[in-house]
Ligand binder design. Structure first.
Ligand code: NAP
Length: 322
């Protein structure tokens, strides 16, 4: 019997389209309907602690506020002791929880700091670790021109801190067969960002690490999640006004904590893109035009940001001279 090639092509096309539409419907269902794992599973309101790196500003500070509201005690880490202290006092008074702080510069990668943190955490039941701390290139810069210090700082702050903090909390989590590790990822780990090469590659590292660790820990009671983040209003993003695609930290973190264990727009194992606008953007990247197209978009965006940043520097230098 002769096969009708047109009918065959139409059938394959329809199946392909149906597959894509089903994928998009699954994303919408995840983002708008499904609930995530209840944080009580990780000890919320039962004396457990959440450890947050980079907790004095932006997304990390918001994690501190929302995890306090859920009843976790907090260990907050970042460079500025005074900012940490203010947050600790505010959250202790507001939620009646315990808050400890530790001021350190992750860029130094000082073993003494990690030792002190290990000692502090020894007596605490750590239910949640949020590997949030991050730093970036000052402005988009070609790798050939980037300073060794910026490169080293990104590796220490964005990669090594997550590895070391995870290594510190994991034994007790595995021992108790309970825990949650959230790693703050970026779309620049999903689609390479030229001119932010080290930041972008560092976030890809975190993504792959989270996937590998997540598989290793399956069935141990410890949940690992790589949080795929597009832009959020913060001092790092240098974006001040929210849009439907760029939320404030508050709705962003709320979406993360409400969707633990739910993929949202993420297609990778142990990944989650929980915020609605980000989830749709993640779906579009994975399903439309191909990765080369999206890298080219990133290239154009970063070149434009660099042009504007250099102009701003020139203006500031001129103003200083006047
Ligand atoms: N905002 C976005 O659009 C966006 C997008 C994708 C991914 N992310 C990721 O989300 C995470 C948080 O970003 P954010 O936008 O909230 O950043 P942010 O507003 O710049 O806050 C960074 C936090 O980390 C602390 N910190 C910075 N460098 C540190 C260091 N060397 N040692 C110790 N603490 C340090 C800062 O406090 P101190 O200055 O007091 O130390 C602050 O609390 C990062 O991992 C970032 O890559 C953000």
């Amino acid at each position: 019997m002769a096969v009708d090639s047109k009918a065959l092509l139409a059938g394959v096309g329809t199946l392909y389209l149906a597959f894509k539409v089903l994928g998009l419907l699954r994303v919408l269902f995840d983002v708008y309907v499904r609930s995530g794992i209840n944080l009580k599973k990780f000890g919320a309101g039962q004396g457990a602690w959440a450890v947050i790196t980079g907790a004095s500003d932006g997304i990390g500070k918001e994690f501190a506020q929302q995890l306090a509201q859920k009843g976790f005690n907090l260990l907050l880490v970042s460079r500025t002791a005074s900012k940490l202290q203010t947050i600790a006092e505010e959250l202790t008074a507001k939620h009646g929880i315990e808050v400890e702080t530790y001021a350190m510069d992750f860029a130094k990668g000082d073993p003494e700091d990690y030792l002190k943190l290990a000692t502090m955490m020894q007596e605490l039941q750590i239910g949640v670790l949020v590997n949030n701390v991050g730093t970036n290139h000052d402005i988009p810069t070609a790798f050939v021109d980037e300073s060794d210090k910026v490169i080293q700082d990104i590796i220490e702050v964005n990669i090594n801190s997550a590895l070391r903090m995870t290594k510190l909390v994991l034994p007790q989590m595995v021992g108790r067969r309970n825990g949650l590790i959230l790693n703050l990822g970026s779309f620049s780990g999903l689609v390479a960002a030229p001119y932010l090469s080290v930041y972008s590659a560092g976030k890809a590292f975190l993504s792959t690490f989270s996937q590998a660790l997540g598989h290793e820990l399956e069935g141990t009671g410890v949940v690992v999640e790589h949080i795929n983040t597009y832009f959020v209003v913060s001092s790092m993003s240098k974006i001040r006004r929210p849009t439907w695609l760029i939320p404030m930290p508050k709705p962003y973190v709320k979406s993360v904590l409400n969707k633990i264990g739910v993929s949202g727009g993420a297609a990778i194992p142990f990944g989650s893109t929980p915020y609605s606008g980000h989830a749709l953007a993640n779906w579009a990247i994975d399903n439309l035009f191909g990765i080369k197209f999206w890298v080219k978009q990133n290239l154009a965006i970063q070149k434009d940001i660099r042009r504007r940043a250099l102009r701003k520097r020139e203006r500031e230098a001129a103003a200083k001279r006047d």
